[in-house]
Ligand binder design. Structure first.
Ligand code: ADP
Ligand code: MG
Length: 338
């Protein structure tokens, strides 16, 4: 039957969808969006999401403190609530910890989760604790709510694509860590370090934008802009055209040549774990939506493209030429960018 590398992460998820069968009537959205959506009859719909991180794959304790690992994992899970235009309600955390782990490490992980949950109004209300083998694993379930959740499937031809913040910081931080782990703590890397260890789930931005009817679809950038845009295009049955020069790239620090990240020109388009939001919005409203966020002192937004009839994602260069990017984003089982 081959290995999981052949099936791929998304092939596996497609099989989960087949095997899951038809969900009950109360389930508005099951597998395939940033959160599952349940309508339990109240004025708001219920959002549920789960996100796991594994030592050696998502984090290394020689790169980040255990507190930062817990903080980052919790922020990453909360980002999926933001991607639905929702507000978090609570979180549950499962820890698989090798028994020989230093108690301080385990307690700091826990503190990172509890404190970040509390900071974003998602207090820790449960979880599970088990002994792990060699690697630490942490899974966060977050429950939230939204009056009208933003789905990946709502993008319409004519919409424009709005992106919060900038991209590429996570890819740059990772490159620096691989070359010279200590360098990420140098002062000129403060911005990148902050994004890496304390990413901001765009919940405040979602709360402001969700007051308008103008966000038709949304997704958070966890696998890389190109790949996540592909998810939105597929779910919505549209083509997304992204203008490469418009993608705001995270500023790169000035570092010695042997430490400086050596990134391809399109790194911002494929950098994962960015936790920014890609939104398909009413074209006439885009300016006002950006202004609303600016007035509230929240993340800047940039129009990076548009929604067209068709399928897939097209990347355009300044002169209108189409760029072919072979590697689109992260696939867990292929352990590679696709
Ligand atoms: P995200 O990056 O937003 O967390 P993923 O790419 O991890 O989303 O997952 C895509 C969709 O597939 C989500 O709706 C998620 O709930 C679903 N999914 C992923 N893994 C599984 C699984 N093992 N069983 C059922 N659904 C899954
Ligand atoms: Mg997501």
């Amino acid at each position: 039957m081959g290995s999981l590398k052949d099936l791929g992460e998304f092939g596996f998820i497609a099989r989960a969808l087949e095997m899951a069968g038809r969900p009950p009537r109360e389930v508005i959205r099951a597998i395939g969006d940033d959160c599952a959506v349940l309508d339990l009859g109240g004025p708001e719909q219920v959002l549920v999401t789960t996100d796991a991180v594994v030592e050696g794959r998502h984090f290394r304790l020689d790169w980040m403190s255990p507190f930062e690992v817990g903080q980052r994992a919790t922020a990453g899970a909360l980002s999926d609530i933001a991607a639905m235009g929702g507000r978090p309600l609570a979180c549950l955390a499962t820890f698989a910890i090798p028994p020989a782990t230093d108690t301080t490490v385990a307690l700091e992980l826990l503190r990172g989760v509890a404190q970040t949950g509390a900071r974003y109004a998602a207090p820790l209300i449960g979880g599970d604790t088990v002994s792990g083998q060699e690697a630490l694993m942490l899974d966060l379930v977050v429950v939230g709510r939204a009056r009208t959740p933003w789905l990946r499937s709502g993008a319409r031809p004519g919409d424009v694509l709005l992106l919060t913040g900038c991209l590429g910081g996570a890819a740059a931080a990772l490159e620096i860590l691989m070359k010279q782990p200590a360098a990420l703590r140098w002062p000129q890397c403060a911005g990148l370090l902050q994004r890496m260890v304390d990413p901001t789930p765009r919940l405040a931005e979602a709360a402001v934008l969700a007051q308008t009817p103008d966000v038709h679809a949304a997704i958070d950038i966890s696998d890389g802009l190109l790949q996540d845009a592909g998810h939105m295009a597929r779910a919505s049955g549209v083509r997304l055209e992204i203008r490469l020069p418009q993608i705001p790239a995270a500023p790169l620090p000035s570092l010695p040549a042997d430490t400086s990240p050596n990134l391809p020109a399109w790194y911002a388009a494929t950098s994962g774990e960015e936790y920014e939001l890609l939104l398909a919005v009413t074209p006439e409203a885009a300016g006002e939506l950006s202004a609303m966020l600016e007035r509230a002192g929240l993340a800047p937004t940039t129009i990076i493209g548009s929604v067209l009839p068709g399928e897939g994602v097209t990347l355009l260069e300044e002169d209108g030429r189409t760029v072919t990017v072979e590697q689109g984003g992260w696939d867990h089982f292929r352990s590679t960018h696709r």
